[in-house]
Write a protein that binds this ligand. Sequence first.
Ligand SMILES: [Zn+2]
Length: 196
Amino acid sequence: MPDKTDNSPVQWIHTGGFRDYGAPQAVCELCGHTRLRYHFLIANRETGEALWVGSKCIEQFEVAVRNAQGQLVEDPARKGQALREVMRETLTERVLVPIDTLFEQADRQLQSKLRWITGKFTRRGGFSPKDLVTLFRLLDAHNIEYEPGIYPVTLRSKKDRVELVNLSRTASSMIWDCLSTAQQEKNRQLFGDHRP
Ligand SMILES: [Zn+2]
């Protein structure tokens, strides 16, 4: 299905702006819905009026979304997917910026290690538990600011899960909040309560 271009009659459009509050605490400026974790910025193409709203409002009302290819998506069934792409890209950027800063300060040996860790993250969509602990310790040692909660952990392979259970208490407490609720739950079932 071809996407409508700029002669689209839809007046409101998602600007690409996106905020993650880390906890459900934001309010939708369109419907007043509370306890939103994510905010998306929409703007009126004629008046320039802008609002921070929840994804549900974008999906339900006539608000167009640009997908990762920059095309306008107006089909309600496809808008949710386009928003998730925007979120993933924004979060990935915020994950990678501190690593880039570290890379600039690193010697050759550390640079190749960082390249290896980042390459695995890009391929797998998450960090192995050990890689993430290593990374956080390096960022801390170099006084580089980062947002621990947005770094995803992957526990898909058995090696990942063994890594997690073999972490020291201090190490596992460093990355526990990076685990999704489902991962934390599964980890409890498999290995007993590992929460520090
Ligand atoms: Zn709303």
